[in-house]
Design a protein around this ligand. Sequence first.
Ligand code: SF4
Ligand code: SF4
Length: 439
Amino acid sequence: MSKTFPGGIHPSEHKKRSKKEQIRKAADPKIAVIPLCQHIGTPAEPLVNVGDIVKIGQPLGDSERYVSAAVHASIGGKIIAIEPRLTPFGAKVLSVVIENNGDQDVHPSVRPYPNFKDLSKTDIRKIIRGAGIVGLGGAAFPTRVKLQPPPDKVIKTIIINGAECEPYLTCDYRLLIEQPKKVILGLKAIMKPTDALEGIIAIEDNKPEAITAIQKAIDEEVSHHNLRVAVLKTKYPQGAEKQLIKAITKREVPSGGLPADVHCIVNNVGTAVAIAKALTTGMPLIERIVTVTGGSISEPSNLLVRIGTPFSELVEQCGGFLEEPTKIIMGGPLMGISVPSIDVPVIKATSGILVPSKKELDDLEPEPCIRCAKCVDSCPQYLLPNLLGDASENDRFDLSKSYGALDCIECGVCSYVCPAKRNLVQLIKLSKNELLRKK
Ligand code: SF4
Ligand code: SF4
């Protein structure tokens, strides 16, 4: 029987448009805008200057700080600016701007590593750090940090998150069925430095082809006694870390705690593939899979995209718009964010570009709460979203704190089920930001 967690919802999947589209390479951008902070943590410091000619894979920025990630040139060309540029999150971030000169040579620092078996734990951590790998599920937390839990935390289980429970998105699904061996190699690479006892690839039961592909890749491994697929019930937010761990291991991550507190580390499918690429080719994280979809997109697609490519160029390569867009979202409809401009660049956290049609967009204005408690019944974190929303609307952040706002995983389930269309998740995010700022 498929594993799951209490609560949650099953929204319309909307994956049909793109799920059968094979990954195809997007054209390299004419100008790549590469923000020096695309991750959680300290921004990278520039290592290059305006006027420099850079090659593919060349480091552009790095930081000595522990929680940070390096960034690299995704195309060859001339650096024409290092200046604050608008990112999908709406803020201006110091970015390296490269004008493409068509040079396809890779930087000499990009070298394949010897046989995976010969790499030590330190080597693997060093390669992942040098490659600038972050969580590609959307969180963009530096992966190297995840792979070095505090000494008192024993890691038993590595989970590769292939749930992709967010509606519309199909980038992870395509990786699971097109590159299953890389997923397994990435998983094994994460298991080695953490001394994990088992590696699990978690996939929802609405993706039977992916389950088959991964099972076949496991069976083909010479030693696979500690690798397995966990089949999950199709439900949202099945892919949220805490819910995923609960479903698979029955362990509960404590409030304010981390997966390592219950002996687990969770990484996304795309992250596992990025690790496999870095280990086998030496190529850092300069590209990712992006699902471009929604009712306003002519030809929904799964594209392999160089970091720094403007959203607008990808929409063009998907046949353009069917209708004038009202809203452009980075990610999916539940956890994604509305972007300020179609010219913002793809960053490491860009899993999807969603442009819903007017019909798909729920235009209803929020109405007062009718006290139906649907949000309470559906919250996977057992919170009281209605009261959290009230507290935030009235600037009562003390109440938000006592109602557990900081335990909200921002899954958006409460907003989705609310018949009054209250923007509950936005209100709760506001409280969380305020509480974290005060902290
Ligand atoms: S309160 Fe937070 S965790 Fe609960 S449903 Fe809403 S967004 Fe999800
Ligand atoms: S689901 Fe919406 S209307 Fe119902 S109690 Fe929650 S906030 Fe109020």
